[in-house]
Design a protein around this ligand. Structure first.
Ligand SMILES: [Zn+2]
Length: 176
């Protein structure tokens, strides 16, 4: 049953019940390049003062940039891969990012956990981006990192019904 071989990367989106529905909808839109990034708005003929990435200010904001090549997201992916003890994450495309868990030789529930963490990280990056754009919040990498760990802990502990999961084990990713 290798449906994934038939479907194109664009069509394929793996729903993950360990993150809220709103995060899955966000992930599905991200995968289809349907988030209102500045480049996407500009393509829809919406005039903007700037197309540059709200997080780094160095490149035009596209989904590939903000979740992949942006300096801020690169630092965060580095932290995620160190935390999980998985190979470095280089997100060249959104579909690569959403399939990282498939290439890790771990039991299925652990792969699902990595996928949930990737989705949570993208969600947190987008939330920060919106805070910067709409509320003038300054980018604070350590706060973003703390937010990713705390949010993924709460979502996965409750949704995966891992009642014995505690915060210190989570912070060290001492789960296997
Ligand atoms: Zn950027």
């Amino acid at each position: 049953m290798q449906n994934s071989d038939i479907q194109s990367d664009v069509e394929k989106y793996e729903w993950n019940r360990w993150v809220p529905r709103k995060v899955n909808i966000f992930g599905w839109r991200m995968n289809l390049d349907r988030l209102p990034t500045r480049s996407a708005l500009s393509k829809r003929n919406i005039t903007l003062a700037s197309l540059s990435c709200p997080l780094c200010g160095e490149r035009d904001e596209t989904v590939e940039h903000i979740f992949g090549s942006c300096y801020i997201s690169s630092v965060i992916w580095h932290m995620v891969s160190r935390w999980l003890s998985i190979p470095p994450i280089y997100a060249f495309s959104i579909s690569d990012l959403l399939r990282i868990h498939e290439h890790i030789n771990w039991p299925k529930p652990m792969k699902k956990m990595v996928h949930a963490i990737i989705l949570t990280t993208c969600w947190s990056l987008w939330k920060l981006r919106n805070d910067v754009v709409f509320s003038g919040i300054r980018v604070d990498i350590s706060r973003l990192w703390a937010d990713i760990k705390a949010t993924s802990f709460l979502w996965i502990k409750n949704r995966a019904k891992m009642h014995t999961l505690d915060w210190s084990n989570w912070c060290n990713f001492n789960i296997l």
